[in-house]
Ligand binder design. Structure first.
Ligand SMILES: [Fe+2]
Ligand SMILES: [Fe+2]
Length: 236
């Protein structure tokens, strides 16, 4: 299966326009943002767990990163309420479940294999620091070999300078409206801009965005080879 898998192309998705696709587990549905592979996939998805649902135990051969958008996600390691950012490094495993239900933004198989740092951050209580221009504040989430992840808050009326995305840029608009010279992107927009693309972003109304850069360098989107050992991995 290939969905928006040409990483050299710019894509903009209004997430509510996408269908919910049932997963193999009852009560767990997905909106597929990008995907290379079947049930074992390099994938970026919105995953909705219904109340009381669970997912089978699985190993993240190439890592799992997620941000809890609403509800409470749980596994044997803890409970992760809305606003929690989690990275489960390559080789980690868990058996997820939820009591009240939850929705998460999740990226699978997109780690550098040597990135072994587990991350758990409550972004709703974590401090933001001043960004590169007035009106911008940043909550760094992770950095490894040029891959950089952060939440960025834009006060109303903030303008940023034109810049190039070395290694690409991916944005999930969490609140408000993010804009650039190509358009306006309200909450629940997901966009992926390729390596060496440029834009000049701003926000008239203010916004909160998840931003990941540096992971779309050409050498990192070569086809993924799956091993026998990966057969046990499933998408959560
Ligand atoms: Fe940008
Ligand atoms: Fe998982």
């Amino acid at each position: 299966m290939e969905i928006r898998s040409r990483f050299q192309e710019r894509v903009v998705v209004h997430i509510p326009d996408l269908p919910w696709v049932p997963s193999p587990l009852p009560g767990v549905d997905r909106r597929m943002l990008d995907r290379v592979g079947g049930e074992v996939a390099r994938a970026t998805s919105i995953v909705r767990y219904g109340p009381g649902s669970s997912f089978s135990e699985h190993t993240h051969e190439l890592g799992e990163e997620f941000l809890v958008l609403d509800g409470v996600f749980s596994d044997e390691h803890g409970d992760y309420p809305a606003g929690t950012y989690v990275r489960n490094p390559p080789g980690s495993s868990h058996a997820p479940y939820t009591e009240e239900g939850c929705t998460i933004f999740v990226k699978l198989r997109q780690f550098d294999v040597e990135d072994q740092t587990p991350v758990r951050i409550d972004t709703r209580s974590a401090p933001f620091v001043p960004g590169a221009v007035p009106g911008l504040s940043v909550r760094p989430l992770h950095e490894f070999r040029g891959e950089n992840v952060a939440l960025v808050r834009w006060q109303a009326g903030t303008e940023f300078h034109e810049h190039m995305h070395m290694g690409g840029e991916e944005i999930l608009v969490l609140e408000g409206v993010f804009s650039d010279e190509r358009g306006d992107y309200p909450a629940n927009t997901w966009m992926r801009s390729p390596h060496a693309s440029r834009h000049k972003p701003f926000s008239k109304a203010g916004c909160l965005i998840y931003v990941k850069v540096g992971h779309l360098a050409p050498e990192r989107f070569s086809p993924f080879a799956f091993s026998e050992a990966d057969e046990r991995e499933t998408v959560s």
